[in-house]
Design a protein around this ligand. Structure first.
Ligand SMILES: [Fe+2]
Length: 188
């Protein structure tokens, strides 16, 4: 099942998503929708409903993780499976790190949400480099292995960015303005 925007907002309430994570998720949704409209206009076949629900719910496990500990990715994945949303669970599962086979595959909702999440810091659209800096500041202090893994993941993301923007008619730096005009409902 792919939930509607209303159902996603209700799920955010049910799982007590903090306000700042909601604002982040809404901006990630706008970014992902802008990219998807444009990829679809160039032959991709992305579902806007799936993009919207996946982006709205990608951090659905955050409250439980912050409150009781655990990995917000695994928690979010489990929540989506329990609520009968296996397609969304897959997106949640790979929003931090893509599986290599997902990276190699043609454009997918999972790739677009993985990329879009890395372009939004709190609720602001930023460059990948800015987001990397923030993540390294916040999590990189946990050890050299962690900071290496973060940098490697961003290289993957940079490659995906190049692949996406080879196709699109606008530049990565134009996303902030375009996302500001985007709405989160409609257009499957
Ligand atoms: Fe997340």
């Amino acid at each position: 099942m792919i939930p509607s925007v209303e159902q996603c907002l209700r799920l955010m309430d049910d799982y007590r998503m903090p306000e700042h994570i909601r604002a982040h998720s809404i901006m990630v949704t706008k970014v992902a929708r802008v990219i998807s409209h444009s990829l679809n206009a160039r032959g991709a076949r992305l579902s806007l409903d799936k993009i919207t629900a996946g982006a709205l719910l990608h951090d659905i496990g955050k409250h439980q993780a912050l409150e009781y500990g655990g990995d917000h990715v695994k928690i979010g994945q489990r929540i989506c499976l329990e609520r009968g949303m296996p397609e969304i669970a897959e997106i949640v599962e790979q929003h931090v790190i893509l599986k290599p086979e997902t990276f190699d595959a043609p454009f997918s909702e999972i790739q677009v949400i993985y990329y879009s999440d890395k372009r939004v810091n709190h609720h602001r659209v930023v460059s990948l480099e800015e987001r990397l800096e923030y993540i390294l500041d916040r999590y990189g202090t946990k050890g050299p292995d962690i900071s290496e893994a973060i940098k490697k993941n961003f290289e993957v993301c940079k490659e995906l960015e190049q692949r996406i923007f080879e196709v699109l008619e606008f530049e990565p730096s134009e996303l902030a303005v375009l996302a500001g005009r985007e709405r989160i409902g409609g257009g499957s």
